[in-house]
Design a protein around this ligand. Structure first.
Ligand code: GUN
Length: 299
């Protein structure tokens, strides 16, 4: 039987651990974990994501603040806000929702966040720590960290002898995911838009991770029987069967046909998605512990 990996359930158990850790920290030191989220402009999808991050932060007992800036905010104003949050001792995590409006330099903003407050794990210091195998002193990018929690739920912590294929090479996901799998002893291949025969590489993968943003690209005949599939894609496609103008969310994996071949698979929605926000909360409580000079919990 194929195991459907329930991201909602795993995320809920991460959140329970975050709540307990944040309550313990506050009781022992008086420090309340603080998360600041900055959103620029009025993209509805981004506002929906940011809203759920804020709600979850409050549910975790955090000090949660949202800064909503107009779309035409100049770079220096955004940089000044980041600088003030860097200097604010009540804030342990800073997240700038991406993408930013085109006139803004998102790389400069991301790199201006103090690495110890970079709960998105996008600062070069944090990226460099993953690259050098230091998974203990930095902050891990949330979606790859959450995907690894799901991989561990199937295979345990040691992936020795297993072949992993990551499809996608972004800084936000593909690269850190490949490095985390490598740190767990998997034999890792990274495929991308310039790779020749991705299907052939996929058929050799015990762990297949898809993060390309192409709806249902991974087909059943790409999948090694019994493989674990982690689908990071979130794509909205037309769903005329639900009524005119209706849409639905699908991943980068053709779910039904691949589930029939796989040993374990994440659904979309309800797989990797809920893990991302849970790991953001985990990173915030980790950052707060470190700021208070306490040993941070592990997730
Ligand atoms: N927009 C979509 N995903 C993310 C993410 O993981 N972090 C940030 N900051 N913005 C995003």
């Amino acid at each position: 039987m194929t195991e459907i990996i329930d991201g909602k359930q795993v995320a809920a158990s991460v959140i329970e651990k975050v709540k307990a850790a944040s309550a313990d920290l506050e009781a022992s030191t008086g420090v309340k974990s603080g998360l600041a989220v900055i959103i620029v402009g009025d993209d509805p999808a981004s506002h929906a994501y940011v809203g759920s991050k804020g709600r979850m932060a409050k549910e975790c007992g955090f000090h949660s603040v949202q800064h909503t800036l107009p779309a035409e905010t100049p770079q220096d104003e955004l940089m000044a806000l980041v600088a003030s949050l860097n200097a604010d001792p009540a804030i342990h995590g800073i997240l700038v929702q991406l993408p930013l409006p085109k006139h803004l330099d998102s790389e400069a903003v991301t790199q201006a966040i103090l690495p110890e407050k970079d709960v998105d794990g996008l600062h070069v210091v944090n990226a460099g720590k993953i690259a050098t195998g230091d998974l203990d002193t930095g902050l891990l990018s949330c979606t790859p960290a959450g995907s690894m929690v799901l991989v561990r739920s199937i295979h345990g912590a040691d992936l020795s002898g297993l072949n992993a294929l990551v499809i996608g090479r972004s800084n936000l996901f593909g690269k850190p995911m490949a490095l985390l799998l490598l740190a767990a002893n998997a034999t890792v291949t990274v495929a991308h838009s310039r790779t020749g025969d991705i299907a052939a590489l996929a058929r050799n993968a015990d762990i297949l991770v898809a993060a390309v943003g192409r709806p249902q690209m991974v087909k059943a005949d790409w999948v090694k029987p019994g493989a674990t599939i982690i689908d990071v894609g979130i794509n909205r496609i037309p769903a005329p069967e639900r009524g005119e103008g209706k849409t639905r969310l699908v991943g980068d994996v053709a779910y039904d046909e691949c589930a029939a071949v796989a040993g374990a698979i994440t659904p979309v929605p309800g797989g990797v998605g809920p893990m991302t926000i849970a790991m953001l909360m985990a990173n915030t409580v980790i950052a707060a512990h470190r700021a208070a000079g306490k040993a941070a919990p592990k997730f």
